[in-house]
Design a protein around this ligand. Sequence first.
Ligand SMILES: C[S@@+](CC[C@H](N)C(=O)[O-])C[C@H]1O[C@@H](n2cnc3c(N)ncnc32)[C@H](O)[C@@H]1O
Length: 256
Amino acid sequence: MRMFELGGADAAAALDVLHVHADVQGVVEGDTTITVWFRGDAPALPFADLSVRELPYDADAPQPTGLEQDASILVAADLLVRPPWVARPAGFHGVELVVPRGGAFGSGEHDSTQAALRCLHAVWDAPPSFGDVGTGSGILALYAHVRGCRRIAACDIDAASVAAARELLPEADVTLGGPETMASCDGLVANMTGTELASAMAAILRCWTRRHALVLSGLRAHEVDAVAAMPGAVEAVRLTVGAFTAVGYRGAPGRR
Ligand SMILES: C[S@@+](CC[C@H](N)C(=O)[O-])C[C@H]1O[C@@H](n2cnc3c(N)ncnc32)[C@H](O)[C@@H]1O
């Protein structure tokens, strides 16, 4: 096995060539360099802006996995997201969401996820049932589970997301498709683009019993007012993280 560090503007193009013409065993993409492991000789890499440096490879040394930079994300003072391989920070006693960073959207790093979580945290009113539209990794449904909700439904139009959410929450009813595939839920969250929210809104609102809180997230500034008006409910919280806004509505528990 040999280990090389690629640098320069053509490093990614060189990596593409290595994938085709070398027996690549592993890649770690850093901010400025790419480290690549392969067996045998390097093919020709005729790129103008490329530096290639062979690094000593020690088969017995612990090898980088690409996960070394992972850290816990403090979404609010008492709300934390971390992958399973990162330890809980000492002294943290709030709500903790342990989500592996995999192929599905929703590891807690994206601003729209953080906006959704902070908004949900602010309006959380312990619904007996909870729905997560566009669940991705299942992170928002996991919030409901960690807060004690035992009847959780979720959906996503992406099959890999459905598989990831089912793995994260084996007891939840996770369906492949839009909100029309979900049973009705007392509390509900949807973190999608403004366009996706608007086109799914009728089905989202059919799912929501209005007895407990609703959160819509993923809205860019120019979308917020129009989408926020669609539920026809009184807004309780509106907050923005980076470029994304989440809007929270309280439910009416006595409603039939
Ligand atoms: C921005 S990600 C949110 C993932 C996760 N809920 C989070 O907050 O990090 C949006 C997800 O919604 C899904 N999606 C988009 N349109 C949808 C629709 N009409 N019905 C269900 N899922 C949808 C996408 O496949 C994607 O996984």
